[in-house]
Ligand binder design. Sequence first.
Ligand SMILES: [Zn+2]
Length: 260
Amino acid sequence: MSSLDHFIQDLVVANRILAREDVVDAYGHVSVRNPDNPQHFFISRSLSPELVEREDIVELGLDGQSVRDEKRALYLERFIHAAIFEARPDIQAVVHAHAEDILPFGIAQATPLRPVIHSGSFIGSNVPVWDIAEKFGDTNLLVTNINQGRDLAKCLGANNVALMRGHGFASAGRSLIEVVRMSVYLPRNARALLRAKHLGGDIKYLSQGEIDARNRGYSPYSTETWRAWEYWANKAGCGHLVTRPGNAGSQHERESSRKP
Ligand SMILES: [Zn+2]
């Protein structure tokens, strides 16, 4: 198996993990930038993430169109990924999902979604809310063209996550494992915050210093992060697809080889 095949296999694993962890259901998707061509990215054809196999992965350009002659249907909202990859050269992987627990925070403006638990720190101290209606008026709320994607990417700015009013979220990471981890903990952080609100009183968010301290000790392929990836993959029934760190072609190997 080539190194690119290993890389794409990691994307299959990411699809299954996000499905098993209820971040995505029939809808929602994850993508990863082509490590050999940053102007392209990989994502599944239009298919529920739980069902994604290697053969379902397609390669798209930053305009959201397939770079090959592709007859199969593509995700309508692939422009979210295209526009974020275009706007953020530092980003290697993107998730878009409709996880229910985050939705109230895109609707109610009184309580911002910010980290309240240690594992939620990776979403960052600022989670902007994008409202498609502000620029595009009455739509079906889906991001169905590159202009809408670019407007969302602009709202995301340099942040890790943007909420999409009445719809879902988009998250952006420096690696596939990072964006999966962030997307799994984002709804958990939202649940903890919602429950704390029910208990009443003031909300104590993580301080900026605490968020910074978490990030300082963080490496996308540390033993701790890898432990989560292996755990989630096994739970999703695809532990046998996991490429262990140090194996040629794994995300870990690729990341390591990029370091000066
Ligand atoms: Zn959507």
